[in-house]
Design a protein around this ligand. Structure first.
Ligand code: NAI
Ligand SMILES: CC/C=C\CC(=O)/C=C/C=C\C=C\C=C\[C@@H](O)[C@@H](O)C/C=C\CCC(=O)O
Length: 469
């Protein structure tokens, strides 16, 4: 599934044209030694943003109102990235004193601040005054504090501020009108202050991030926090259906772009994953065949690998099913999920890659049966190629992508001599899975000898009826 990072351009409302044409990256900000302050960093998106900053060499001050989760996150990061690169301060961003105090403590600890992420946010339509204080006022205060410290005209080093808004800052959600207002406020404020900073020669870029729904604690029991429009909660399900739910690492990649791309100021980045699907339908009218093929191999960055190799395959399958299934007017179709031989056999050095691919096989077989039993008219098959001659295999020879078992790297020997098959051979197998109307829940292996179907032993079949008395 193709996640979309898109800069929102709306010239009518742009205060002044940006000096850098949109989409053009000029210079990339190096993060090694840079100091970042992230609010709401104990869990969810803030934790994901802190993680990716640390991974790229920055030092990070984590701020959170919740001392327990903040301390735990600090301890995890300290172990992983070094105790000297991370600290935690308990801070309610809605309190002027606490935010100023945490800001000062960060400067005392690390000497400066180059990156500010105003990310803490809540969803509570009942206590909406508090929500405005956290989601909007604290973002404004955090931006002004950071500007004051970073701006070059008074001796600062310049820097970048990223404010977490939401897709609800560009569109609207009926169940959460005040939340929607705060996020529109963040987008409007960010664009205006970015223009003002540029015009004033401050050397500080300010961008806004607008993700769709993200799998974090903020989404738990939202209906209780919908306030007077709780009776419209069922409409949110439509939004989930339309937008799907993003994973934190995907949003963190977008955040990193806004931090590092020196060409971005006043940028508003939308992150959704329904765009590609919707656009295909707009262009061609319908979809009959879906191939969930995107994948990476990186044991070091395994959370991201699971997000792409497994979660996005599940998301892509569900989106395609939703569109194709016959019981709600779809035309039926076929989905082919690309797993690997590592989805059927252990793969030393790449255990998480193997886990994700095993899961793709299990998921595809299960959902294939479910689709058939539901009369959806959608077949779902899995392709498991052995090593194929593509750049993905570069990870095998790249110790940085080998994770905790890189010491076994020598066992593999010369990867250039690894026996590989060619792309057209795999494409032939793929075509069979698409065109053969008798194949549903099929798992095809493609090796040097050719294509064959896996015949799973009967004793490994789960007979649900046998389990129900
Ligand atoms: N989860 C979602 O679907 C989306 C979330 N967002 C935004 O992303 C931001 C982060 O939210 P998530 O990570 O999803 O939520 P989360 O609930 O998982 O994490 C939020 C963190 O902020 C902390 N926090 C709450 N109030 C605070 C305060 N007054 N001072 C300091 N820390 C405070 C919490 O303790 C928590 O650790 C929010 O601004 C939210 O509006 C935007 C789009 C979608
Ligand atoms: C309930 C979740 C609240 C907040 C988390 C968050 O910030 C995520 C927002 C994600 C998506 C926003 C989508 C907005 C879409 C709109 O532009 C329209 O397409 C939606 C139209 C009707 C929505 C019905 C409803 O309001 O529930």
């Amino acid at each position: 599934m193709n996640h979309r990072f898109r800069e929102q351009s709306d010239n009518q409302h742009t205060l002044r044209p940006s000096r850098t044409p949109p989409g053009l990256s000029t210079k990339i900000m190096a993060l090694i030694g840079k100091v970042a302050l992230v609010t709401g960093a104990g869990q969810g998106l803030g934790k994901g943003f802190s993680d990716i900053l640390l991974k790229n060499g920055a030092k990070v001050a984590l701020l959170d109102i919740n001392e327990n989760i903040g301390e735990n996150t600090r301890a995890d990061f300290g172990k992983g990235y070094g105790e000297d690169r991370v600290c935690f301060f308990t801070c309610d961003v809605a309190s002027v004193e606490q935010l100023e105090d945490a800001f000062q403590k960060t400067i005392e600890r690390f000497g400066r601040i180059n990156i500010m992420s105003n990310n803490a946010g809540i969803l509570n339509e009942t206590n909406w005054e508090k929500m405005v204080a956290v989601n909007l006022n604290a973002v404004i205060r955090g931006t002004y504090l950071a500007l004051q410290h970073m701006k070059k005209d008074t001796g600062g080093e310049g820097g970048v501020i990223v404010n977490t808004a939401s897709l609800a800052g560009l569109g609207f959600l009926l169940t959460v009108p005040v939340y929607t207002a705060t996020k529109h406020g963040v987008v409007g404020f960010t664009r205006a202050v970015a223009g003002a900073s540029e015009e004033s020669g401050y050397g500080v870029r300010i961008n806004a991030l607008c993700p769709g729904l993200v799998k974090t604690a903020l989404l738990d029991s939202t209906s209780e926090r919908h306030g007077q429009f709780a009776h419209l909660s069922h409409l949110s399900k439509e939004v989930v259906k339309k937008c799907g739910i993003l994973e934190v690492p995907v949003v963190a990649e977008g955040f990193l772009q806004l931090v590092m791309d020196e060409g971005k100021n006043g940028a508003v980045m939308k992150i959704t994953h329904e765009d590609a699907f919707q656009k295909t339908i707009e262009r061609f009218g319908r979809i009959h065949i879906m191939s969930n093929n995107a994948g990476i191999m990186d044991e070091t960055n395994w959370e991201k690998m699971v997000a792409i190799n497994l979660n996005a395959v599940i998301q892509g399958t569900y989106l395609a099913l939703q569109h194709m299934k016959k019981d709600t007017g779809g035309e039926g179709g076929v989905i082919v999920n690309i797993a690997s031989m590592a989805g059927l056999a252990p793969f030393l050095i790449f255990p998480v890659y193997a886990a994700a691919k095993h899961a793709v096989v299990g998921f595809s077989r299960s959902v294939a049966d479910a689709s058939m039993m539901s009369g959806y008219g959608v077949r779902i098959n899995t392709l498991c190629p052995t090593a194929v001659s593509t750049p993905l295999l570069g990870a095998v020879a790249d110790e940085k992508k080998n994770g905790p078992f890189s010491h076994l790297f020598n066992l593999i020997g010369d990867t250039a001599k690894l026996r590989k098959i060619e792309v057209p051979a795999v494409a032939e197998g793929f075509l069979q899975l698409v065109t053969d109307e008798d194949k549903n829940g099929a798992v095809m292996v493609v090796k040097e000898e050719g294509c064959s179907y896996v015949d799973f032993p009967k004793e490994f079949m789960l007979d649900l009826k046998a389990h129900i008395p």
